[in-house]
Design a protein around this ligand. Structure first.
Ligand code: AMP
Length: 404
């Protein structure tokens, strides 16, 4: 399958060639024909599958075909994303894919002053990419009207709901014209997502590229049983043993992320934290440093990590396991993107065993290497089954059902 087979027009195909895209990814193959055909789409795709292009390419093409940019003034496409980072990234994708198409887009998000954003809006915008909070804010101030919208995209809806945006989304929807095309992407589909989609989409086509909640297959997963106080030591060992020079490290809390960064820096390991308490410029700086590899470890909380797209990210380290199993899938989906291999390493302390159990239930039959490093102070009552207790580096593989 090629982009030409999908009827993507030459100016967009040329832009894709420049990006090095040769073939469409499965989610692109499945969604693009329907979106081009004017259908509502409900897409279930995890991050890293190429879902941004799956909606951006047909939207750009329809703009071109319908000459929407020249039609009447007003915003014609609204793309909602949960985080600033994801919104910025979607904006960059529109810039790249739309380089030969005459459309103006802009990105708006909170945490920065609104001056540049309102100026861009006043100059006229065809495609608006926004986080819900800032969008509501600028709508309330009268800078944004949505009655001209023809395309509405909700990206990473599960995350938006997790972040408490449901009310904002509901209010935004009331301002959209009834006659519009809607595309809805979510990595997971719990009942509340289904309900929201049912109310929003008209006769949608469902497209799905992986079993719901299945982790990216390309990611090699392993887990170490290690007590909390030994995790730093283990991190150092794993970095050395696996020769890791670049990894995204996950923490549950902002405070934990800051603390770990301080300790890593003390050890002489370059690290920066990225989370919601950091200013937008501090986040961007950390992300840039990580992307250009002046920073070895980027220590992130889950919310901040959404939308971080680092080409060729080889390692994700779950220094702390997430409380919600599905978050594990989002985390490990940061690596193994667009079919490239990746490694996810998780550290599980005694008090996190219940989380690990939930994760195993969710990932199903995936092979995960489990190890207990020699030095860790696992209390006997909580130690994993004896046959699983093995020295660092002496791993055995398990698949299927595991017991604690
Ligand atoms: P996304 O899931 O939209 O965040 O995309 C994940 C990554 O895949 C991004 O780095 C994209 O640039 C890349 N990508 C998207 N579509 C393709 C494609 N058809 N070929 C190669 N890479 C792609």
């Amino acid at each position: 399958m090629t982009f030409e087979n999908l009827n993507i027009i030459l100016p967009i195909r040329e832009a894709l060639t420049k990006k090095g895209y040769i073939n469409p990814t499965p989610i692109q193959e499945k969604s693009i024909p329907f979106i081009l055909d004017g259908k509502d789409v409900f897409g279930c795709a995890q991050t890293g599958t190429g879902k941004t292009a799956a909606f951006a390419l047909p939207i750009l093409q329809l703009f071109h075909a319908k000459q929407l940019a020249k039609k009447t003034p007003g915003i014609k496409a609204l793309i909602l994303a949960p985080t600033r980072e994801l919104a910025i990234q979607i904006g960059e994708s529109f810039t790249d894919y739309g380089t030969n198409i005459n459309v103006k887009h802009t990105v708006i998000f909170g945490g920065v002053s609104q001056g540049n954003q309102t100026r861009a809006l006043q100059q006229g915008v065809d495609i608006l990419i926004a986080t819900p909070g800032r969008l509501m804010d600028l709508m309330n101030q009268g800078f944004i009207k949505l009655h001209t919208i023809e395309f509405f995209v909700l990206d990473e809806v599960d995350r938006m709901l997790d972040m408490g945006f449901i009310r904002d989304i509901q209010r935004i929807i009331t301002k959209l014209p009834i006659k519009r095309q809607t595309v809805f992407f979510s990595a997971t589909v719990p009942p509340e997502i289904k309900k929201l989609a049912n109310g929003l989409l008209q006769n949608p086509v469902s497209v799905q590229v992986a079993a719901i909640s299945a982790p990216a297959e390309a990611v090699k997963q392993s887990m170490y049983y290690v007590e909390k106080q030994d995790k730093k030591e283990l991190l150092k060992m794993v970095l050395e043993k696996e020769n890791i020079n670049h990894a995204l490290v996950f923490m549950r809390t902002k405070h934990g992320a800051n603390k770990l960064v301080k300790e890593l820096v003390k050890y002489g390991i370059s690290a920066e934290a990225i989370h919601g308490n950091k200013s937008q410029s501090a986040r961007q700086k950390a992300l840039e440093g990580f992307k250009n590899r002046t920073i070895k470890l980027l220590v992130a909380t889950d919310i901040a990590s959404r939308g971080i797209d680092v080409d060729k990210l080889t390692h994700v380290i779950n220094y702390e396991l997430p409380e919600v199993a599905e978050t594990y899938i989002h985390r490990i989906g940061r690596t193994g993107r667009a079919g490239e291999g990746g490694t996810a390493i998780s550290f599980c302390a005694s008090e996190e065993k219940a989380y690990w159990k939930d994760i195993l239930k969710l990932v199903g039959n995936v092979v995960i290497t489990e190890t207990t490093p020699k030095f860790t102070t696992v209390r006997p009552a909580e130690a994993p089954e004896p046959e699983r207790k093995r020295n660092f580096g002496n791993n055995r593989r398990f698949s299927g059902k595991r017991k604690f």
